[in-house]
Design a protein around this ligand. Structure first.
Ligand SMILES: NC(=O)c1ccc[n+]([C@@H]2O[C@H](COP(=O)([O-])OP(=O)(O)OC[C@H]3O[C@@H](n4cnc5c(N)ncnc54)[C@H](OP(=O)(O)O)[C@@H]3O)[C@@H](O)[C@H]2O)c1
Length: 376
């Protein structure tokens, strides 16, 4: 049975536009094996452990040649050994993301070895201070912004010519649920992640001109070394984290990998400037609406509920825009990708949200609008 056959699909009206609205029975959908990234070359930073490693594995499973990297050679060697032993096309090299020379070396060496770069996942991030925000020191503040924001932007700039030489590409940033809901003990870190969501929006129009899409993930609490002080805590922090997560579990690194693979693939060809929240239903952004309101009760029944917000698609519904010169030009001027979408460009998002690849995503809306302005 196909993924969509297993979904109950309703349509709801909102300000005159149609919003497909998806209700999915959790754990009832199987992964559709596909090699959607065959022939692509992908670089993933901070990818020798945790979420980055899971993303590297998934991109390689989907057919990409993947280059993993992190600060320590022994970690790079271990990750390469693990992934190649799974018959995946993976190589690796050191790259401390805060070091400009190492960033350039990562890109240049990848392009030399593999003939180019199509995908760049910027996963590396740090949090040097856990505690009250007003106790953040200047050096901690500088470090968190240098690694999480400055390095991300300048690695992006250096990657653009490599992607242009391939006719386009896809960039993915790693924000956090704290970008939307600051966690009091993660003050500066949270703001750096909000900046990444902003960077994603700000870069969508200039990158669209170069046929490069840029998107972002905002995970909730995922079980890695980074959050072990919460997930392995046997008291307050663990319980607090779970109490904020409607799905009543912490995510696995693999819960982020499907969304990364989706956004980097042609299934997301009309998605840019977008951030997908992977947080088991933790509150973020818009707090109202049917999708959000249904999360607590549906989660109890093991049902996820998500939503798609399309931009302008070439369907009968949008004839009023596409067949009128003034509205046509206005629509195009509001769409950084400078085109209207084919109906099929919504299908990948629907399939992704209804599949197990989105198993830790509920209460979320994915904007499929060619970079058209929408919420932060
Ligand atoms: N875990 C969560 O709940 C969660 C939630 C939201 C967002 N995130 C974000 O997800 C990303 C990955 O976190 P994680 O939980 O997977 O962490 P993790 O398990 O601790 O793994 C971090 C990875 O990044 C590498 N790394 C650390 N600093 C680096 C640097 N300056 N340059 C290059 N590589 C570096 C580490 O290897 P080396 O030590 O060898 O460098 C390791 O491979 C981060 O951006 C984090 O902010 C995590």
């Amino acid at each position: 049975m196909s993924v969509l056959n297993k979904c109950l699909v309703c349509l709801c009206r909102n300000q005159g536009r149609l919003f497909p609205f998806f209700v999915t029975r959790m754990a009832s959908l199987s992964n559709v094996a596909a090699r959607k990234l065959e022939g692509k070359v992908a670089v993933v930073t901070g990818s020798t452990d945790g979420i980055g490693l899971a993303i590297a594995r998934r991109l390689a499973e989907d057919g990409a040649q993947v280059v993993v990297s992190s600060r320590r050679q022994e970690n790079v060697d271990r990750a390469v050994k693990t992934l190649t032993s799974e018959n995946l096309d993976v190589s690796g090299m050191i790259c401390h993301i805060g070091n400009a020379e190492q960033r350039e070396h990562l890109l240049a060496t990848t392009a030399e070895r593999h003939g180019g770069i199509d995908i760049l996942v910027q996963n590396a991030g740090v949090n040097p201070h856990v505690g009250p925000m007003l106790e953040t020191t200047e050096s901690q503040w500088e470090k968190v912004f240098h690694i999480n924001v400055h390095s991300t932007f300048f690695l992006t700039k250096k990657a653009i010519p490599y992607m242009e030489a391939r006719g386009g590409g896809s960039i993915l940033y790693m924000a956090s649920i704290t970008a939307y809901v600051p966690f009091q003990l993660f003050g500066a870190y949270s703001i750096s992640k909000t900046a990444l969501v902003g960077l994603t929006k700000a870069l969508a129009p200039p990158l669209a001109e170069r046929n490069i899409r840029v998107n972002c993930l905002a995970p909730g609490i995922i079980k890695t070394k980074f959050t072990s002080f919460i997930t392995d805590d046997d008291g307050m922090l663990h319980n607090y984290g779970l109490s904020k997560t409607p799905m009543k579990r912490f995510g696995e690194p693999s819960d982020c990998a499907g969304a990364a693979a989706f956004l980097c693939s042609d299934d997301a060809s009309f998605i840019t400037g977008e951030t997908i929240v992977i947080a088991g239903g933790i509150d973020s952004r818009l707090l109202l609406g049917l999708t959000k309101a249904l999360v607590p009760q549906l989660t109890e029944k093991n049902i996820r509920v998500n939503c798609i917000a399309p931009g302008i698609f070439k369907t009968r519904f949008a004839n009023v825009i596409t067949s009128n010169d003034t509205l046509h030009n206005l629509g195009l001027s509001r769409t950084p990708m400078k085109r209207f979408a084919e109906p099929s460009e919504c299908a990948g998002a629907a399939s992704f949200l209804c599949s197990d690849d989105a198993s830790f995503i509920t209460g979320e809306t994915v904007v499929v609008a060619g970079g058209m302005d929408s919420r932060l």
